[in-house]
Design a binder for this molecule. Structure first.
Ligand code: PLP
Length: 284
């Protein structure tokens, strides 16, 4: 299947970047991951808004218009062949032989890649029994709201989780449980659903934002966007983590402790069903 690379559609093995690309040298770039379910894009508008914002925050001009991006996404989904698809977009500040931290002036043409792959579903057991998460110190920088390609702390945290038989690592900064290595965090404490407020220490997840809007619209479960103290996490009756390719992932064990009863809970069950319904409405 062809990939979109710097304005052309080419075979994946032909998509080669310069060794002087600033993405390679400095990690000077941003990315986005956009899902499609049953071959229809889901949340593409919100993902492209976030891409534009990430680019804007690091002064790279968005290389494509919204209509051009949508054409790229639609073509990637239709050519991928899978029903459920994950689209990866990366934009870097381009290539120059002169290695200098400051941005090149005039700006270089950005390097642009967009490709698609099938979403590999997690085992069904995870959604009936729940999964384990571990907590790790948050080693990331102070602008986690930018979807930067610099992911070493996230990679190390996720690897620690996998080594511990867990599916995700919960990042803890100054006593606050913030989000996962590649997901946002929700906890039910004293019958209220809590998630970290938007700000520089988390990525504003499209799934998180959708879910927050859905819960507020429904008006049945009190939802608070407030910091979750690390020690309060262990008082939670339910915990789940959200992301575009994993939806609402129930966490029934954190480190050595069961969450609540150690089984998936009623609030997760309800919200997860409602979210699936939202997805089936197939709006983008
Ligand atoms: N937080 C981080 C650090 C992430 O990398 C991701 C997604 O990869 C998320 C949260 C979830 O974001 P979304 O729901 O937009 O996939």
């Amino acid at each position: 299947q062809a990939v979109y690379f710097n304005g052309r559609w080419i075979a994946p093995e032909e998509a080669n970047i310069s060794a002087f690309d600033r993405g390679f040298l400095f990690g000077d770039g941003v990315y986005e991951v956009i899902p499609a379910f049953n071959r229809r894009l889901f949340g593409a508008g919100a993902h492209l808004d976030r891409l534009t914002r990430s680019l804007d925050q690091i002064d790279i001009q968005d290389p494509l218009t919204r209509a051009q991006w949508m054409d790229v996404l639609v073509r990637l989904v239709s050519e991928c062949g899978a029903d459920d698809v994950s689209i990866y977009i990366q934009v870097t500040r381009g290539a120059t032989a002169k290695r200098d931290h400051a941005y090149p002036n005039p700006p270089l043409p950005p390097t642009v890649l967009a490709s698609a792959s099938a979403i590999v579903p997690l085992s069904a057991e995870i959604f009936t029994k729940g999964a384990k998460a571990i907590t790790v110190p948050d080693l990331r920088w102070g602008r986690c709201d930018i979807k930067s390609v610099n992911l070493l702390p996230n990679i190390m945290a996720r690897q620690q989780a996998v080594a511990a038989g867990a599916v995700e690592a919960i990042m803890v900064r100054e006593g606050i449980a913030l989000e996962g290595a590649a997901s946002n965090l929700f906890a039910v404490i004293d019958d209220e659903l809590l998630t970290a407020p938007l700000g520089p220490h988390i990525l504003g997840g499209v799934t998180r934002n959708r879910l927050v809007d859905m819960v507020k619209d429904q008006g049945q479960i009190p939802l608070l966007e407030v910091p979750i103290p690390f020690d309060r996490l262990f008082d939670a009756t339910e915990v789940f983590m959200t992301s575009s390719t994993r939806d609402l992932l129930p966490i029934t064990r954190i480190n050595a402790h069961p969450v609540g009863t150690g089984k998936v809970g009623p609030i997760w069950t309800k919200l997860s069903k409602a979210f699936t319904k939202l997805k089936q409405q197939r709006e983008t």
